[in-house]
Design a protein around this ligand. Structure first.
Ligand code: F6P
Length: 370
């Protein structure tokens, strides 16, 4: 019987539980044994009780729970070879040679490295007499499939990562709440949102709430962003708006690479000097409320469909198959080479660093304020 394990890694994201449930149940449906590795790579390195066989009923009610019920961790030990050696031993001892990992690009890159090293890890374990040649013989290849779980929607090659629409919905809900009080007091709010180096959450939240101005890392602003923002905000106020909403991605930078901070934006909006906007301004950092809470329907569906596809990919893989991840492209669930997507993601980041973003992304200014 094939033994398939699933784990969640890196920052949690809404929809990860749907993945775990789908992988466990699809594996059982396909006649395999299903395992969960608790606490991400940490559990893989620790072994023992962190690796548990799962039954059909063990994942009941997972769909409506936020976070990841099997835990996650950012594990340093796995990034060193001795940690990966222990992880390989634990998999062999449990008879597992297929791993489905739901995490961000860092977690998935670690998985690809693990797979590439697998034969040499087994060799070393035999040389060290930690395992016998007979024990490792049935596990020549490690089969890995990635699922992208992240609120940031920051991996190239897929239209959406599992969790991004839940976080986006949460942000919009929060901005709606803030708007009510902003309007009552005729105030301005600077709202900082997550996303690490990616501005997807900030940009889409800006479109969905009709924000006045948005700062994202993918479009580093010229030095005159201060004047630009002032002109736009003033124009909207002249049109009769009683509220001003500026959304800033946590990774926003100007063209010199200097971080654009909520405090700097606030000071500009509140500037009481002649020609200043003189707006009563507050800062709200949304923080982890964006990542917690239950998944919206889209993320539950995405996690489920992609979890099912991941099990199929594991069962159809050959030793020659490149490590793939499950993507969604134009509403179709597809398998794609993992490392190519990681490379393309890095190329965009390099373009941003090279202050050549417009060329890389072709973004233009849009006027979408409410
Ligand atoms: O990658 C998801 C994310 O929530 C980012 O948006 C954010 O920068 C980071 O994780 C926060 O990490 P932590 O939860 O470790 O503070």
């Amino acid at each position: 019987k094939k033994k398939i394990a699933v784990m969640t890694s890196g920052g949690d994201s809404p929809g990860m539980n749907a993945v775990v449930r789908a992988v466990v149940r699809m594996s059982i449906h396909m006649g395999c044994d299903a395992f969960c590795i608790y606490e991400g790579y940490e559990g893989l390195v620790q072994g023992g009780d962190f690796i548990r066989q799962m039954g059909w009923d063990d994942v009941r009610s997972f769909l409506s729970e936020g976070g990841t019920l099997i835990g996650t961790a950012r594990c340093m030990a796995f990034y060193e070879r001795p940690g990966r050696l222990t992880a390989a031993k634990n998999l062999v001892l449990n008879g597992i040679d297929a791993l489905i990992i739901c995490g961000g690009d860092g977690s998935l890159t670690g998985a690809d490295k693990f797979r590439a090293e697998w034969p040499s890890l087994l060799e070393e374990l035999v040389d060290n007499k930690e395992l016998t040649p007979e024990q490792v013989a049935p596990y020549k290849h490690l089969n890995i499939v990635g699922l992208v779980g992240s609120i940031d929607n920051d991996l190239s090659g897929t239209d959406a990562t599992i969790g991004c629409y839940s976080a986006l919905s949460r942000i919009c809900e929060m901005v709606d709440y803030i708007e009510a009080t902003a309007s009552s007091h005729s105030r301005a709010f600077v709202i900082e949102v997550m996303g690490r180096h990616c501005g997807w959450l900030a940009l889409l939240a800006g479109v969905a709430t009709g924000a006045d101005f948005v700062f994202i890392p993918e479009r580093p602003r010229d030095q005159d962003w201060r004047e630009d923002m002032k002109v736009v905000v003033q124009r909207h106020r002249n049109m009769g708006k009683r509220k001003t909403i500026v959304i800033v991605a946590e990774g926003a930078r100007d063209k010199d690479g200097t971080k654009i901070t909520p405090t700097e934006i606030k000071d500009l909006l509140a500037d009481k000097s002649e020609g200043g906007l003189c707006l009563d301004t507050r800062i709200t950092t949304l923080g982890h409320v964006q990542r917690g809470g239950t998944a919206v329907a889209y993320d539950r569906i995405l996690g489920t469909l992609q979890g099912v596809e991941a099990v199929k990919a594991v069962l159809e893989a050959t030793p020659e198959t490149e490590t793939c991840f499950i993507a969604i492209n134009e509403n179709k669930i597809v398998r794609k080479p993992l490392m190519q997507a990681v490379k393309e993601t890095k190329e965009v980041a390099v373009a941003v660093d090279a202050k050549d973003f417009d060329k890389a992304m072709g973004l233009r200014d849009t006027e979408f304020s409410d």
